[in-house]
Write a protein that binds this ligand. Structure first.
Ligand code: LRH
Length: 462
């Protein structure tokens, strides 16, 4: 049997199709296509260019099939919470982007129907203004719809013709019951949402179907941990139990893996979430703003200075010896796009702090502030869950940032193990490979495979 699978990983700033080869003692992934992604401002708000993305996905899968015609499976993951409404098999509108602010007036309406404490008891989720349930409360097309699909489910539907919603990503809607793991019918009813639009849930590893014949793609489409963070956590190369993880890309997702959710009042006020993980593990974590702070600054600066390169700024920021102001990288005021340097400066000035004076100082300030917020979240995850931690794993794009990794080690007093950069795609590959019988075993044995194939870089505290 072939050992090849294709992973489609859609991130907020870029997407990729990766070809993975897996065997009991083998794991390799290589990119076959990369493409940019970003918001599109339409009259009614911020959307995703989902048609464009799907075109890139098909091109990437064709390239993967060309490289290895024996691919036995395809799996799709993406960022969480966003969805499309369907009627008679057709998408009603391009999905909104979670950074669109139309949900803000809907939040109060939702909380008037179900108070936040009751929501947390039912769904175990941290409050994020863009959780799907607030988006659906602001939805104008709801009456028209006969079905609801999250972004990876939509791609799977277009690939196979089958509508199903994958469990890990569904847990970010706020509409799953934390105890049963199924759609929370009573919550859905109290929120006045139509139960009929929510399709059957499928667990990671389930076969969705075969690609439509006209697509000429090999293999079957398999549900993976279709929430990108769920896939990333699968590929944390942990070899011991007492680890915390930071999945650092656009967002910094900071937490621990648990067997059971934590639903205490302290957990809710610390805004920790209990998301559903692969193999029914609980991803107990907190969202920190992440590299978004940096990418939004760079976007702003490049408008005036198109030649500006982040890499050069990062080098200079690491060499900086003068202290810079730090700000709260957890502040929801940094959620919306636009004017990031100005908003950071304003945050500092309004608290009597000297704001960063140059681009290099801004970069240093962001990385210092992220490291503080990450370490605070690691400690909170441990205290709130009672799980001891002696090592921090950082995966995703942020794991390449040496300054960030060293500051994390120094501030936490724990070793930091960095990499793999492509943890999400690797986790996607591994769940497919296990479903196809190319490997067997628990998440621990999958992680051991990652640790061997992608040995992490170690940063010791100074
Ligand atoms: C990271 C992520 C995160 C969600 C956010 C919407 O890409 O999926 O886990 O909270 O996007």
């Amino acid at each position: 049997m072939t050992r090849a699978v294709a992973a489609v990983d859609l991130g907020a700033t870029s997407g990729r199709v990766m070809l993975g080869h897996v065997g009991p003692n083998e794991l390799s992934v290589r990119p076959v296509a990369r493409f940019p992604n970003g918001p599109v401002q339409l009259d009614d708000g911020l959307h995703w260019n989902i048609d464009g993305l799907y075109g890139h996905v098909l091109d990437g899968l064709a390239a993967a099939a060309h490289e290895d015609p024996e691919i036995c499976s395809i799996g799709v993951d993406s960022w969480a919470v966003d969805y499309a409404l369907i009627r008679g098999g057709r998408m009603l509108a391009a999905p909104f982007h979670y950074r669109d602010d139309r949900t803000l007036p809907a939040i109060e309406r939702v909380h008037a129907l179900v108070p936040p404490e009751e929501l947390y008891a039912a769904n175990g989720l941290q409050f994020l203004p863009f959780n799907t349930l607030y988006q659906l409360a602001a939805e104008i097309d709801l009456k028209e719809a006969d079905s609801f699909l999250l972004v990876p489910d939509l791609i799977n539907f277009w690939l196979t013709g089958r509508q199903a919603v994958e469990q890990t990503n569904a847990s970010t809607t706020g509409l799953l019951n934390i105890t049963t793991g199924g759609w929370d019918d009573s919550l859905i009813e109290r929120l006045g949402l139509p139960r009929r639009i929510f399709p059957d849930l499928v667990a990671p590893g389930t076969t969705i179907g075969v690609p439509r014949p006209e697509l000429r793609l090999p293999g079957t489409v398999t549900a993976v941990g279709s929430h990108d963070t769920a896939s990333a956590v699968v590929a944390v190369p942990a070899t011991q139990e007492d680890f915390a993880y930071i999945s650092c890309g656009t967002w910094g997702l900071v937490g621990v893996e648990l067997d059971a959710p934590v639903l205490t009042a302290a957990s809710r006020s610390a805004n920790f979430t209990n998301e559903s993980g692969v193999d029914s593990r609980v991803r107990y974590l907190h969202n920190v703003m992440g590299l978004w702070l940096l990418s939004e600054c760079v976007r702003e600066w490049q408008e005036h200075d198109p030649t500006l390169r982040l890499q050069a700024l990062l080098g200079a920021a690491a060499a900086l010896t003068t202290p810079v102001a730090m700000f709260d990288a957890d502040d929801p005021g940094f959620l919306a796009p636009g004017d990031m340097p100005e908003r950071i400066a304003h945050w500092c000035v309004s608290r009597g702090l000297q704001p960063p004076q140059s681009r290099v100082e801004f970069v240093r300030s962001i990385i210092e502030s992220l490291s503080v917020a990450f370490v605070t979240a690691v400690r909170a995850a441990s205290e709130l869950s009672g799980k001891p931690i002696s090592v921090i794993h950082i995966v995703g794009g942020g794991s390449q940032n040496e300054l960030l990794c060293q500051l994390l080690a120094d501030r936490s007093g724990m070793p930091v193990l960095a990499g793999p950069v492509e943890a999400t795609a690797i986790g996607n590959v591994l769940v497919q490979a296990r479903a196809q019988g190319l490997v067997t075993g628990s998440l621990e044995s999958l992680r051991a495979l990652v640790a061997t194939a992608f040995s992490p870089k170690r940063y010791s505290p100074h």
